[in-house]
Ligand binder design. Structure first.
Ligand SMILES: CSCCC(=O)C(=O)COP(=O)(O)O
Ligand SMILES: [Zn+2]
Length: 206
């Protein structure tokens, strides 16, 4: 199997798992996986597709600027520029973006503060933070409709090979050194969002 085929399979596996969780409502969400580092190329989901369906046209290869490498009828994700920032600025190997109700509600609740910080939760270890009093902060940025502006704001928070950024009333983008790490970050983040919202709701009725 070629490297391209291997990466395709890895991304397809993640897409299948996330689709089962209903994390791609209304054609939302996009996924990317690096294929080559020099020059950079990556597979990204085709724009506007129902990501719960599996087809041979789910992904296309793009270059370091997000332009298709081969002639194709397919359009790269409208949000490819965010993945471009990640792959150009870090050694990340995979980047995942999903819209969930929980990540949207959290982004609105804490949007004015520009971040949300979690602490005292065992699952924070999924981010590689093993100290007893570890904290994990996820920045929240404004949802510019103009994607180059969104990507510019997003870029400020793309600092390491793994990370997460919430886009207010839009969704979350996470990245990691490989597909496993990116998926782990995404799952840990959605766990924390869900826990936080459930706890807030229960406290409100007590
Ligand atoms: C219908 S959701 C609006 C676009 C979006 O935010 C998204 O994640 C999906 O866009 P894409 O071009 O990647 O399909
Ligand atoms: Zn989106």
């Amino acid at each position: 199997m070629s490297l391209l085929e291997q990466r395709w399979e890895e991304l397809a596996d993640i897409k299948r798992v996330l689709a089962k969780r209903e994390w791609f409502p209304g054609t939302s969400g996009n996924l990317a996986i690096k294929v080559n580092s020099d020059p950079i190329s990556f597979l990204v989901t085709a724009s506007g597709k129902d990501k719960t369906k599996e087809t041979s046209e789910d992904f296309l290869l793009v270059d370091s600027t997000g332009q298709p490498v081969h002639d194709s009828q397919l359009k790269p994700s409208a949000e490819t520029l965010l993945h471009v920032e990640i792959f150009n600025k870090t050694n990340a190997g995979c980047s995942l973006h999903v819209h969930t109700v929980d990540n949207n509600v959290i982004s609105e609740l804490y949007g004015d503060q520009g971040k949300i910080t979690f602490k005292g939760q065992e699952i924070i270890k999924a981010y590689g933070l093993w100290e007893e009093d570890a904290e994990f902060t996820i920045p929240i940025i404004y949802n510019h409709a103009h994607i180059p502006t969104l990507a510019e704001d997003f870029s400020e928070f793309v600092k390491g090979d793994a990370g997460a950024v919430l886009i207010r009333n839009h969704g979350i983008t996470v990245w990691g050194r490989d597909a496993l790490e990116a998926k782990k970050f995404l799952e840990a983040s959605e766990f924390l969002f869900s826990y936080h919202l459930k706890l807030m709701a229960l406290k409100a009725v007590r």
